[in-house]
Design a protein around this ligand. Structure first.
Ligand SMILES: [Ca+2]
Ligand SMILES: [Ca+2]
Length: 188
């Protein structure tokens, strides 16, 4: 069976943007932040994020940025928030206790927020269709997208409300190696 839309989203945003991390990640994040903070204001705005090449070429770049900013109060991200969000994507070492910041659940929450734009904690068919459109572009016939969306909801929806809750989202991605796919790599 082909990948579900949920799988596709996680793969796409992660293959292009998130990959394995190294020891000096914090140092790198710091210098990445400094480079992005062109005005030296100590804060990053959405425009600053779109200068990240991995994001600007990613069809879901806008969504990833939006998910970043969903926790920001004033549309600004400071260094501390930047590191806190990005360290969610650090790969956990074997034998290391899984701390909350980089747990699988945190990563899934981030992916979930990319879909749930009205922030009602459920992914509707409409929200799914918007992301599908971004993923596959306008070349795919609408009926085909609609049928992928329907199938994805039918597969994931367990309580029959025709929406995907966070729990349902997690369950349907249970077999996906989120830990591997959602680790982050920043170029030197
Ligand atoms: Ca929603
Ligand atoms: Ca449901």
């Amino acid at each position: 069976m082909e990948n579900s839309a949920l799988d596709m989203c996680v793969c796409l945003c992660t293959d292009l943007f998130f990959s394995p991390v190294t020891k000096s990640q914090i140092t790198r994040l710091h210098s990445r932040f400094t480079i992005l903070d062109k005005g030296k204001t100590g804060n990053l705005r959405r425009e600053d994020f779109m200068q990240i090449p991995e994001l600007s070429i990613n069809p879901l770049g806008d969504r990833i940025v939006q998910a970043f900013f969903s926790e920001a109060l004033d549309d600004m991200i400071n260094l501390r928030q930047f590191i806190r969000v990005l360290s969610k994507f650090q790969r956990t070492k074997e034998n290391e206790e899984d701390n909350k910041l980089n747990s699988r659940e945190e990563k899934l929450k981030f992916a979930f927020r990319m879909y749930d734009t009205d922030n009602d904690k459920k992914i509707s068919r409409g929200e799914l269709l918007v992301v599908l459109n971004m993923l596959v572009g306008s070349n795919t016939p609408e009926e085909q997208l609609a049928s992928i969306a329907d199938r994805t909801i039918i597969e994931a929806d367990m309580d029959g409300d025709r929406m995907i809750s966070f729990e349902e989202f997690c369950t349907s991605l249970e077999r996906t190696d989120v830990e591997e796919k959602m680790s982050i790599r920043f170029p030197h």
